[in-house]
Design a protein around this ligand. Structure first.
Ligand code: PRX
Length: 645
């Protein structure tokens, strides 16, 4: 494939950026015309951040899977679309060509239809990292059903919440998933999530681990049986549904600073254009290259840079089922060597954890095919950046530090590999079409004097094509969360620095959202989970720096268990009980690293917990706690400091 909109030089970048700001509609129309549309759009852009109401390519008709599959068949039909590397290195990898992927997606589209799924229905996908997950995603898109992928690490309760919020009637899952030495019983977890649920009509179960499962008559069917039936009918092609550019493509749940996770909604046209544009430009994809993004498809990174971005560009995308340390810490390097990977995209937390094993796992691994490295999900510290650059990239490969969010659909700030400058631990320059600004707490724009580096809250002035359109079922929540803090602006929730060259460095969240190993978790969500434990009176959760995870969770808990628990249970037992509660309510990823049982929490006279103080205590910065005069009971702080873990 040929990408006429690929930026080839720094001058090209500046020209594209300039044009994208002067004439956003003209700029994006000139990119969008290189896609397959059933009908061209009438209006390129209409927007108003106060509502918010954003519409790209209105009146345009398309199906994203025709762009990801059909349009490649003639020239790239026999090229691998997906290379799948299983959890266990001795199991055979699978290679799926574009032609085969197209056929499988069509057949599974038919399976969905046979099971009663209709355009606009919500389908929850709770699967491991097997090609069938990508097939299910694309089949939903092909028939116009809205997919909601739920990461395999979430608990039954989390799934149940998401099913309800999305009003989902269909689930596609697996018997189980292999992850390192573990076998996660996905279908059993789904069964737990469905206790008392009367809205789910069908559960399609794909075989992977052969873990025993119970199939409910009339509700549960096997993927393989359903596919066989379609294959036996000789169906190899199913027409894609014609979608409006602004029809929803998917919902993806993500944590905010309050309440339960919200369903971020992305739409067909704008998301497609931006996913492809950023994939081709940030990674400087060249036809024939093999792209390995280590994220899970359950996160936005896996949606955009394993699935839609690469496939819409006719790339070969590598899907890895396992984890970086199984069977040993050389697994990523083995995969790069074995499959001749050219682009490798991972999270700083993975880099730091592998760095801790030293350089031995890299020895003897041929990484000479690597051309571009990337990071995503959290700030990368300089030490990890240099290790990645020297030991993995052998000082030959540019590293793209891509800043973005579930809500943004694709990268908004990143250097373009080998084209625009890189700067360790800086995400650097905005993508074309992205108008950033830094503001103070009152929303006043910060302006640098001379060459100074300034800091502020990161906001965006105008929409790019893959900005979220709403939060499912609750548009007001979308407005309040992203567009109300600073009227007229999209607020990212992140703080950032900007240097004299206009480079941005993300400093982290400025709201009550934690970033643990690149996973986004709301403190309120963890507190709610902890508070569900019968013995917990109240809790407060904050983040603290962690050498591998970036941030870790510190929970301060007032515990007043039953008589039995108090006399027979040690603190350790209480803590492990609480951890189990969190695992049950959210999933293991939200488990606090430290739990301190306390008799009180620092509160203002109006009853508000002063998290600022707890954060400082958790960070070990007890010399300067700031103003504590407004505290109801300053004595509590001392007690907490004395008991610090
Ligand atoms: O705080 C930023 C951090 O991750 C948040 C978004 O999380 P999520 O929606 O889960 O998406 C992660 C993958 C796109 C952001 O608000 N973040 C993401 N990328 C970077 C980052 N922080 C620093 N540098 C990055 N490159």
């Amino acid at each position: 494939m040929h990408y006429p909109y690929q930026i080839k030089s720094l001058a090209d970048y500046h020209a594209a950026y300039h044009r994208s700001i002067k004439d956003p509609a003209g700029f994006w129309a000139s990119v969008a015309e290189h896609f397959t549309w059933r009908k061209k759009w009438d209006t390129t852009l209409e927007w108003n951040f106060n509502e918010p109401d954003v519409k790209w390519f209105q009146g345009g008709k398309l199906n994203i899977t025709e762009n990801c599959l059909d349009r490649h068949l003639e020239k790239l039909g026999n090229q691998p679309a997906i290379i799948w590397e299983p959890n266990a290195p001795d199991e055979q990898p699978r290679v799926i060509t574009y032609k085969k992927l197209h056929e499988k997606v069509c057949q599974f589209t038919q399976v969905l239809k046979n099971n009663g799924v209709k355009k606009g229905d919500r389908v929850c996908l709770y699967m491991g990292m097997i090609p069938e997950l990508a097939i299910a995603v694309l089949a939903c898109a092909r028939m116009g059903a809205i997919h909601s992928v739920v990461f395999g690490g979430f608990s039954a309760q989390s799934i149940s919440d998401r099913l309800q919020d999305a009003g989902a009637e269909f689930i596609v899952t697996c018997d189980g998933a292999f992850r390192g030495g573990k076998d996660i019983p996905l279908k059993n977890i789904i069964d737990d999530a469905l206790i008392g649920n009367h809205t789910i009509k069908k559960v399609i179960v794909c075989t992977r681990t052969r873990t025993p499962v119970s199939m409910i008559k009339g509700r549960d069917v096997w993927w393989e049986d359903e596919m066989k039936q379609v294959e036996e009918q000789g169906i190899t092609y199913v027409e894609a549904e014609e979608m409006d550019a602004e029809d929803p493509l998917f919902i993806l749940y993500t944590s905010g600073s309050t309440g339960k996770p919200k369903g971020v909604v992305h739409t067909c046209g704008g998301y497609m254009v931006y996913a492809n544009y950023t994939f081709v430009n940030v990674f400087q994809y060249k036809p024939g290259q093999i792209h390995f993004c280590t994220a899970d498809i359950g996160w936005i990174t896996g949606h955009t840079y394993i699935t839609y971005g690469p496939l819409s560009a006719g790339a070969t995308t590598l899907i890895f089922e396992g984890i970086p340390t199984y069977p040993n810490a050389g697994r990523f390097w083995d995969i790069i060597d074995k499959h001749r990977v050219n682009i490798f995209y991972t999270a700083p937390t993975a880099i730091r954890s592998l760095m801790a094993f030293g350089n031995a796992p890299l020895e003897g691994k041929d990484l000479s095919t690597l051309e571009v490295l990337g990071t995503v999900g959290e700030p990368i510290n300089e030490e990890a950046w240099h290790w990645y650059h020297e030991q993995v990239g052998k000082k030959r490969c540019p590293i793209v530090d891509t800043w973005w969010q579930t809500e943004t659909g694709g990268c908004l700030i990143s250097n373009l590999a080998g084209v625009t400058p890189e700067k360790p631990s800086w995400a650097t320059l905005p993508m074309p079409g992205v108008q950033l600004l830094l503001v103070d707490e009152n929303g006043n724009e910060k302006v640098a004097e001379g060459d100074e580096t300034i800091s502020g809250n990161l906001c965006i002035k105008a929409p790019w094509p893959s900005i979220l359109r709403t939060t499912y079922g609750d548009h007001e929540r979308c407005r309040i969360n992203y567009f109300a803090t600073y009227p007229g602006l999209y607020f990212t929730g992140d703080g950032a620095l900007r240097d004299k060259d206009g480079f941005y460095r993300i400093t982290g969240r400025v709201d009550d959202v934690l970033n643990v190993s690149g996973h986004r978790i709301g403190t309120a969500e963890v507190e709610n989970a902890i508070n569900m434990h019968a013995g917990v009176v109240e809790s407060a959760v904050v983040g603290f720096p962690h050498p591998v995870k970036g941030q870790a969770i510190y929970a301060f808990i007032i515990y007043q268990g039953s008589h039995q628990q108090n006399t027979h249970g040690s603190d350790d037992l209480i803590k492990s009980d609480i951890l189990q509660t969190v695992t049950r309510v959210i999933g293991a990823i939200a488990k606090p690293d430290k739990i301190q049982l306390v008799s009180g929490l620092p509160k203002t006279r109006s009853g508000k917990i002063m998290r600022r103080i707890l954060r400082k205590i958790a960070e070990g910065e007890t010399d300067n706690l700031g103003d504590t005069t407004t505290l109801l009971d300053p004595g509590v702080v001392e007690e907490i400091m004395n008991g610090k873990l």
